[in-house]
Design a protein around this ligand. Structure first.
Ligand code: ZN
Length: 83
């Protein structure tokens, strides 16, 4: 079986398999695992967050317009706290 979570195959995936995790907001982390929220919607998350329950997944924020900058991450963390 091909390794889907490591090695050269990752380099062919969009953004090389990396991005910002919508749950823990880690930047440039590998998003190769998925979490399901209470709506049954799945989203790509990092390894750490692959085992979160639906309640935690509900708190995930959109990282679509999020860059890899710490400034944006701080902003997002603030949003998370107020909600
Ligand atoms: Zn995560």
């Amino acid at each position: 079986m091909a390794k889907t979570k490591r090695g050269k195959s990752l380099w062919n995936t969009p953004s090389k398999g990396r991005g910002t995790c919508p749950i823990c907001l880690s930047t440039r982390i590998k998003l190769l695992y998925s979490a399901t929220n209470s709506d049954g919607k799945t989203m790509p998350v990092c390894k750490k967050c692959s085992s979160v329950n639906a309640k935690t997944a509900d708190k995930a924020v959109s990282t679509v317009n999020l860059g890899f900058r710490g400034k944006l991450r701080r902003e997002l963390n603030r949003q998370k706290q107020t909600v």
